[in-house]
Design a protein around this ligand. Structure first.
Ligand code: SF4
Length: 449
């Protein structure tokens, strides 16, 4: 057999992008399984900030984030798509420069297959650009596309001439579709088997953080989120396996920072996350842990908060979204104010300073008014916390996507971009005014102390 497969994490095309512990984890699991099945696997991560072809960024980002493994991407401003002409922001291709990627492909032995993944639906130009690159250089290479874009926008993805389209992001669904071309994968029939390997971080020359996933799925169905809907069930890895992986990453890659990618890390914590925390406390590894996906306030207990503090969890994000009870209820009921306050209290009692807790409020959801945002901001700042506005992005397959009917977002995934949506739904001025208000509140709070 010995077929060559090139796995690709393509460029990001967007107004903004920043490496906040971003790695193509699903692709790295697939890489390990393909390697174990006898394929020759290589990785081209166009977003690898330590790739030898990656120039330094113009804006490396805040020192604090850089000290924890994050950083800015190199960007090239490019002509905007026609849909974005009215948006007063630069449109860029982030990642390794196009010509350098082409040069690298020309130097490679042509692979039999190229598999291109993708995160956001509206980043599809990166997947299409890479397909074009492959077609220009290699005649007989077949190209597969996967990730959220073909999953949520299948009809749109069919127009580009990919040789195979993988629909779905659940690992078993992906493996099932790949089996027709990669028969050796057919033995992977359950999550236990899929997660029995370590993600192939060894394909990177240099790493300053790694990613861990302890579970897949989410028990909630928030009206604006696609995550929970695309995994048939909630499933959790045995905590000892996760602990082994963390120790392995520390010993083999020398990383100091590690981010959890779970959507519901604390759900049923007594089965997995709590024993993992207790074991991590005993191990005393000099690691910092980060939670770029928010955690559920509902499942925070004083014990969890205390152990997280002891184990050096540095980045803690909690999504409140809105302080208004009916909005909380109507969008999925994942939190209410009393649950949120208890969670904050647990973290404060565990020794976290209020400014270490990142509280997210959702901006831009159809139907929300200026007053709703003001109440939410006041509520959070009155608790001594700094709110952060996260922008709503209309995602196909979610109830809130159906409620956005003023734009052609069903026909054009580019319009699902959160910054594009902010401007095209004419909410940018309100957003900027609220941001100013938040800065003012925070300034006064600091002065009060
Ligand atoms: S709780 Fe989080 S991951 Fe789960 S559905 Fe809601 S927003 Fe998505």
């Amino acid at each position: 057999m010995n077929k060559n497969i090139l796995l690709v994490n393509p460029w990001i095309y967007d107004f903004t992008a920043y490496d906040l512990w971003m790695k193509p984890l699903g692709l790295l699991y697939l890489a390990s399984h393909l390697k174990n099945s006898g394929y020759r696997v290589s990785l081209l991560d166009c977003m690898d900030r330590y790739h030898p072809f990656m120039p330094p960024p113009d804006h490396p980002g805040p020192k604090r984030l850089r000290s924890m493994g994050c950083g800015g991407y190199y960007r090239e401003n490019i002509p905007k798509p026609i849909q974005f002409f009215s948006i007063p922001r630069y449109w860029s291709r982030f990642g390794i420069p196009w010509e350098r990627v082409k040069q690298q492909l020309k130097e490679m032995k042509p692979p039999e297959w190229v598999f291109i993944t993708g995160t956001m639906t509206y980043w599809y130009p990166g997947q299409i650009a890479f397909l074009k690159c492959v077609r220009q250089i290699w005649n007989n290479t077949r190209v597969i596309i996967g990730g959220w874009y073909p999953t949520l926008c299948l009809e749109h993805a069919r127009q580009w001439g990919f040789d195979r389209i993988v629909e779905g992001v659940d690992p078993l669904q992906v493996i099932k579709q790949l089996c027709s071309d990669f028969k050796e994968l057919s033995s992977i029939e359950n999550y236990q088997h899929f997660f029995s390997v370590k993600p192939a971080f060894d394909l990177y020359k240099k790493l300053n953080y790694t990613i861990v996933l302890t579970s897949i799925g989410c028990p909630f169905r928030c009206t604006y989120c696609a995550s929970g809907r695309y995994f048939p069930e909630f499933w959790r890895r045995p905590w000892k396996q996760v602990l082994d992986e963390i120790i392995y990453d520390y010993q083999n890659y020398g990383v100091q920072d590690l981010a959890f990618y779970d959507d519901a890390l604390l759900y049923r914590a007594e089965e997995s996350f709590l024993p993992l925390l207790r074991a991590l406390q005993k191990e005393r590894l000099p690691l910092r842990f980060h939670l770029p996906n928010s955690i559920h306030a509902r499942y925070v207990t004083p014990e969890i908060a205390k152990l997280m503090r002891k184990c050096n969890f540095k980045t803690i994000r909690i999504s409140l979204e809105f302080s208004d009870a009916s909005s909380q209820k109507n969008t999925g009921n994942k939190v209410d104010n009393s649950i949120f306050e208890k969670a904050i209290q647990s973290f404060i009692q565990a020794g976290y300073a209020p400014e270490e807790l990142e509280v997210y409020l959702l901006f831009g959801l159809p139907g929300l008014k200026e007053k709703d945002y003001e109440f939410s901001i006041e509520y959070v700042t009155d608790l001594g916390l700094r709110p952060r506005l996260s922008l709503f992005s209309p995602l196909p397959g979610t109830p809130d996507f159906e409620r956005v009917n003023t734009l052609q977002i069903k026909d054009e995934p580019l319009l699902q971009n959160k910054i594009a949506y902010l401007y095209l739904s004419e909410q940018n001025e309100l957003y900027e005014a609220l941001q100013r208000k938040i800065s003012k509140y925070t300034f006064f709070h600091k002065c009060d102390k």
